[in-house]
Design a protein around this ligand. Structure first.
Ligand code: NAD
Length: 312
């Protein structure tokens, strides 16, 4: 079996390469990544055929897609604030880039395409917990571009009979998620500051909540989807229904680290949703064997990884 992971040098992608290597060493893993946020070092020691390049290069994309059994499309420009600052690059990479991936898969007759959408598509819909059948109202250019990602993917399922699957990732965290850039996600940002003994910045009152999902759970679900050829003509929330506020998250970090974390509050960020929680029903129905890693266990593994970086 051969698979292509776009964006495979990034946080989730490199964890996924490692997951495939560990569980099915005979599967040939190809990665296409332009290294805009991903790092080659994330693939150190892994068995992978790496191509540096962009999903916006249709002929390159077509050639690396040829002959694979599944494409896992993770390449994207992530982050809500980044897209608010510069909407067009997010649109190009996330919307046009996905169309390119689907076209490459269609041309080459690829049996399965799995893509990463985002919980941000629910936007201003305040209903909790969220079902895939709830209405969507994106609040940022990033969320719109992810809506296009999943919309195109599902439309290719309907229009061309392709086996497609659009996962809505919620807040994914774990080892390999960088803290050292302006758009870092909340868990690496908090842990990095806490381990340096610096105050953490909380935007707003800290009572905004998220359905944090450990990266190993995400990889196990994608792996299972590839192994069993799962497809769906509706999106699938890849989260299991936890509802954790940022203040609760900080308390969990304090007990895991055994120290107090100083908090500074700043203005809420434009485009951020207030609460995000999946009902977890469809993912459990489609992937009954997946047992999500518990938040505290995931945090403890992530802390170990951050500490190993500090000690290196
Ligand atoms: P990441 O930034 O670490 O990974 C994205 C990868 O895509 C990077 O390696 C980057 O270099 C690559 N890339 C960007 N533009 C590209 C292009 N034009 N051509 C080729 N490669 C390109 O982010 P991540 O957290 O690993 O996210 C992976 C996917 O999951 C993304 O599609 C993201 O939108 C989605 N997602 C992530 C989360 C999360 O919590 N991390 C939540 C919702 C959705």
């Amino acid at each position: 079996m051969k698979i292509l992971i776009t964006g495979g040098a990034g946080f989730i992608g490199s964890n996924l390469v490692a997951y495939f290597n560990r569980h099915t060493p005979d599967v040939e893993v190809r990665v296409l990544d332009d290294l805009s946020t991903g790092r080659l070092a994330n693939l150190d020691g892994l068995s992978v055929q790496f191509t540096e390049g962009s999903i916006l290069d249709q002929s390159l994309l077509s050639s690396v897609t040829r002959g694979v059994d599944a494409v896992v499309h993770l390449a994207a420009i992530g982050s809500v604030p980044r897209s608010v600052g510069a909407p067009r690059p997010s649109h190009d990479a996330n919307a046009t880039g996905t169309l390119n991936v689907l076209e490459a898969a269609r041309e080459n007759g690829i049996p399965q395409v799995i893509v990463a959408s985002s919980s941000s598509v629910y936007g201003s819909n305040k209903a909790l917990p969220k079902s895939e059948f709830d209405w969507t109202r994106p609040m940022s250019p990033y969320a719109v571009s992810k809506h296009a990602t999943e919309g195109y993917t599902i439309a290719y399922g309907f229009s061309y009979g392709m086996k497609t699957l659009a996962f809505r990732f919620f807040n994914v965290f774990g080892p390999g998620q960088p803290a050292d850039h302006d758009y870092a996600a909340v868990i690496p940002r908090f842990l990095d500051a806490a381990l340096r003994g610096e105050p953490v910045t909380v935007h707003g009152d800290g009572l905004q909540s998220r359905d944090f999902t450990y990266v190993e759970t995400v990889c196990a679900t994608i792996f299972d989807a590839v192994q069993r050829g799962v497809s769906s003509l509706d999106p699938v929330n890849l989260a299991f229904g936890t509802n954790t506020t940022l203040m609760d998250l900080l308390q969990r970090m304090e007990s895991a680290l055994g120290c107090q974390i100083e908090v500074e509050h700043a203005d809420p960020r434009v485009g951020d949703v207030r609460a995000s929680q999946s009902d977890g029903l469809r993912v459990k129905e489609l992937f009954p064997s997946i047992v999500p890693v518990d938040l505290d266990e995931g945090l403890s593994q992530t802390i170990k990884w951050f500490q190993s970086l500090k000690d290196a």
